[in-house]
Design a protein around this ligand. Structure first.
Ligand SMILES: Cc1ncc(C[n+]2csc(CCOP(=O)(O)OP(=O)(O)O)c2C)c(N)n1
Length: 642
């Protein structure tokens, strides 16, 4: 490996600006290039943070793809898209890596705005095969002579959409290449029947022999002639049926090529060329190693440095000082609750460590279920667990529960089942960009009858509200909190019904209803409004759906109601409170501050909130203008108490 500290592209890499440049390289040059790419990735991602392990694992695979296919005429689709860095590097975007995932910088996922080589921007897993199915149908119908190639990980293959797509792809019989990037891992080792099948293959000593066999035969013969293929095919069938998933895919009606050593460019190229020639749906099974070529990533048991923040190149250790994160508070409290209540079980959708569910799994392994990247299944499986007398906690990122709306609505809520969904990374998250923002949950799940949503403001209320959630036994609950470190506890002055009052000035001009972690922002806004001579009450509803009725009484006493939430305004808590005030015939005007519905670009959480005008300064200015514009009648004159 060359010098890791090398920050700019050098050697062969510096001369690669487009896929055409790759096609001119010799086999030896490709080996050097792969090493240079790894150095580049490690150097850049060590500074910006980003998806390291997955990209180190697809270097050769990506080079082979671009040499065999003709992007953008042929369409390369990356499932999830977190493994597209190498693709970006060879499609003219090396310079962007200094500002990877930063505001205005290179996206961490494919992005149509960045390049004609990119198509799918969605970073939610298991979609690429469906896109590919549609694209290949379109090319066929329009008689366009173009190939569609989808790269999908074994982790993403645990998502149900992939199987729905495979079923259709097999039936449609169109020309389509599916590259399964099988590294045996999602974040952690991939779970499930398919994963077991694939890992049996990897562990089988016969497999190594097959790889050697294929390598020997194909390594020196990039273009495999038909006779050679027939021989190999015959040899492989003999050994491989016992150790590969070929029969499974072939039973589905898909051709299968593999297993291929995904770190051997020549072998990958040969397999892809063969697949390309089939003119039918075909699976190319590439076996790779997550984090390949960078020891700290290969050795990282938790997730092969799946997506670290900035880190030391020498050791792979993170540079950020450890801080108490929302996730840790949840994880620790969950274990305490589970100690007391044997009916508490956990579900994670392939994200045990990032959601904190791993803490429970370490203590009670038999009480935590990793269902794979299968949020819909997670919700309905939780319904089944609840029907069986347990209280499941489903811990997912807020953005990913969107997928399971129907399951939450009908499978869980309609059956009034006690399932608690814990939504981590709610609100504006940051560098992962628009498809990772957890800004839809309050609106989307706010309409689910019988579902109660808690938005804790700090560590103490997270513990408290989680405990309240698990005592609710006649329907589902959501507990949602943001990303990052948890700020200092914000104690309440008093509790009115279920509402915490955090500040109560003598003058009652503005009632500021702050949702969850925005309570801290609310207190800052209140300070600024108070400096202008207005009196402010700051209330944290704690449970935001249904909206607590106590807020109607508080609203009646004030001249203006202001809501602050870290979620889309449309259908959010502000909307819900406005509707509740109308029903209660409270005519106090309401201004709601939240995230405009839209696909907001990446950046740090603070940058994005500032761009959206969700800073104490901006909100205070707007509120002060509103309240100063109100007539000076007293509240009592306008609204006689009922
Ligand atoms: C619907 C959904 N759930 C969860 C995630 C979070 N996630 C991102 S990558 C990943 C693992 C993907 O594993 P795999 O497809 O095998 O790719 P690898 O990282 O191993 O290359 C997960 C769970 C996601 N992107 N989408």
């Amino acid at each position: 490996m060359s010098e890791r500290s090398n920050q700019t592209a050098a050697g062969i890499l510096a001369g690669i600006d487009s896929p055409g440049d790759l096609k001119r390289l010799t086999a030896d040059q490709l080996v050097v290039l792969a090493a240079e790419i790894r150095d580049f990735l490690v150097a850049k991602v060590s500074r910006t943070g980003g998806h390291l392990g997955p990209n180190l694992g697809v270097v050769e695979l990506t080079l082979a793809l671009h040499r065999v296919f003709d992007s953008p005429r042929d369409r390369l689709l990356f499932d999830t898209g977190h493994q597209a860095y190498v693709h970006k590097m060879v499609t003219g975007r090396q310079d962007g890596f200094d500002r990877l995932r930063q505001r205005g910088g290179l996206s961490g996922y494919p992005s149509q705005a960045e390049s004609e080589h990119d198509l799918i921007e969605n970073s939610h897993a298991s979609t690429a095969l469906s896109y590919a199915d549609g694209l290949s149908k379109a090319f066929t119908l329009r008689r366009e002579d173009r190939h569609v190639v989808a790269v999908v990980g074994d982790g993403a293959l645990t998502g149900g959409m992939c199987w729905e797509a495979l079923n259709n792809i097999a039936a449609a019989k169109n020309r389509l290449v599916i590259v399964v990037n099988d590294n045996g891992r999602s974040y952690a080792p991939t779970i499930g029947g398919l994963a077991d099948h694939l890992s049996t293959l990897r562990l089988n000593p016969g497999y190594e022999k097959i790889l050697d066999l294929i390598k020997d035969a194909l390594g020196s013969t990039p273009m495999v002639g038909k006779p050679m293929y027939e021989v190999l095919h015959a040899v492989k069938r003999g050994i491989k049926d016992a150790v590969s998933p070929q029969p499974m895919f072939e039973d589905l009606g898909l051709k299968y090529v593999g297993p291929v050593d995904g770190h051997d460019v020549q072998a990958m190229e040969s397999a892809l060329r063969r697949a390309k020639g089939f003119n039918a749906p075909v699976i190319v099974h590439a076996v790779t190693r997550k984090g390949y070529g960078y020891r700290p990533a290969e050795d990282d048991e938790a997730d092969c440095l799946h997506s670290p923040g900035s880190f030391s190149i020498e050791t792979g250790e993170l540079l950020a000082a450890p801080a108490v994160k929302w996730t840790h508070v949840f994880a620790d409290e969950l274990v305490k609750i589970a100690d007391e209540r044997p009916d508490i079980v956990g579900i994670t959708a392939a994200m045990a460590e990032p959601t904190g569910m791993a803490t429970l799994a370490r203590k009670y392994p038999e009480r935590v279920y990793d269902v794979g990247i299968a949020e819909q299944h997670a919700a309905t499986s939780a319904a089944g667990l609840a029907m069986g007398g347990l209280h499941p906690i489903v811990a997912v990122y807020a953005t990913f529960l969107n997928r399971a709306f129907d399951q939450v609505l009908l499978d869980v809520a309609m059956h009034r089942l006690p399932v608690t969904f814990v939504l981590d990374r709610a609100g504006i998250t940051g560098p992962d960009g628009p498809s990772h923002y957890g800004i839809w949950d309050l609106s989307v799940f706010g309409v689910v009858p019988g579902l109660r949503i808690a938005a804790p403001r700090d560590a103490a209320t997270l513990r408290e509200e989680l405990r309240e959630a698990v005592t609710i036994d006649d329907g589902p609950t959501i507990v949602r909190f943001p990303t990052g470190s948890v700020a200092a506890d914000l104690p309440a002055l008093r509790r009115v019904g279920q509402v915490d009052v955090l500040r109560a000035d003598r003058r009652k001009d503005v009632l500021l209803v702050a949702v969850g972690a925005f309570a801290t922002l609310g207190m800052e806004v209140a300070d600024r409004i108070a400096e202008q001579g207005y009196g402010v009450t700051v209330a944290d509803p704690r449970w935001v759906r249904p909206v607590p009725i106590e807020l109607a009484g508080l609203a009646r006493e004030h001249r203006l109601v202001v809501t602050l939430e870290d979620g889309v305004r449309a259908g959010g808590v502000g909307d819900a409170l406005a509707s509740m005030l109308r029903d209660a015939e409270v005519s106090t005007p309401l201004r709601d501050f939240g995230v405009p519905a839209g696909f907001h670009p990446q950046g740090s959480r603070a940058e994005i909130l500032a761009a959206l005008g969700l800073t104490a300064q901006d909100i205070a200015r707007a509120v002060t203008e509103s309240v100063s514009g109100l007539d000076s009648e007293t509240v009592a004159e306008r609204q006689p108490a009922p």
